[in-house]
Design a protein around this ligand. Sequence first.
Ligand code: FNR
Length: 378
Amino acid sequence: THLALCCTAEDFQAAAKAVLPNKSWVYVSSSANSGASLDSNLNDWSLINFRPRIMRSVSALNTKCSILGQTGQYPFFVSAMGTLGNAHPGAEPLLARGATRKGLHTVISTATSKSLEDIMDAHLDEQQRLKNQSPSKLFFQLYVPIDRTKAKSLIQRVKAAGYQSLWVTVDTSTLGKRTADRYLQAQEALDQGVRETTRDPAAENDFGPAFGGRPVPGYLDPGLTWEDLAWISREWNGPVVLKGIQTVEDVRLAVQHGVQGVLLSNHGGRQIHSAPSALMTLLEIRTYYPEAFDKLEIYVDGGLRDGADVLKALCLGATAVGVGRPYYYAMAAYGLEGVERCTDIIAEELEITMKMLGVSSLDQLRPEMVNATRLLNE
Ligand code: FNR
């Protein structure tokens, strides 16, 4: 496919499938169990309708959005993804450059194929090239190493490198059952003439093929608890976001533990089967704990593919949204240009929709601008 023929963020998926080695394709596109979590991520956004208002001047449009005090060009950011080295040899530095060019914030995964310092260097180099005109920042997603000494030194490195906030992933006490990866492994084993296979749980995970299909030893701590937040916050000494919150109860606990943000997420449908979509969790918070929106920033990710859907999330109280796979796919198929175009596509949809919704800046978005009854009454 020619890049010019990619007119929606979804279009990058087919383009990536055509160029990616099968193993990488299966890894990025796969989801937990039957795929139900992924399906509702993708479908739930379309169950919300807008209530557009007319004849409100939208001549001067402003899409700027602050995440924990960092104002970026748009209310969406790139969600943390490991193994980007399988998408493109430029990996995370290339993603960082593309996002920086567009003023987009990016969450860099713990499971990178380049060092966190090299990724920051690429971002800063691009900043300099743009004469520091880009508002883009890098954030760091932390998988907490089991070894606390290692955890602390990793946090110190992240701090020293200049990442702006720490996004601690809390939905990965173990790895989800990635069904498509299982089929692929089983087939490979059969092809090699092995009759009885014992599953290697290390082979499918978010540290993925970039690490030879092995997890970084000592990550994914099933013993992680709320108490750990104290030393993590102390070491980090900056804004902390919990990534992977799926209930209003855990939002309450997050507030009690003094974190600055929560990312409502089910890990792109890759972890627990029959997970709530972030949209369902967002609605749950609106119903049972509306004060939360004044106490911390609430982000959502999972299945967001259209600038219009970004606005739905914001109307319902989200500060910003994360976009995952489309960026992986865009990078795989078109490298740097893909990252830029993916951003332009979502940004254009956002701007078109803002105009027809009757808002000229994001602070004008209100819950009355959407109708969620199809989700609430079922
Ligand atoms: C992820 N995700 C993820 N999350 C995280 O906290 N650390 C990680 O290393 C990764 N790695 C990763 C790899 C790949 C290939 C995918 C697809 C996802 C989850 C990610 O941050 C995000 O929650 C989802 O991708 C959002 O859903 P969409 O936009 O992909 O539908």
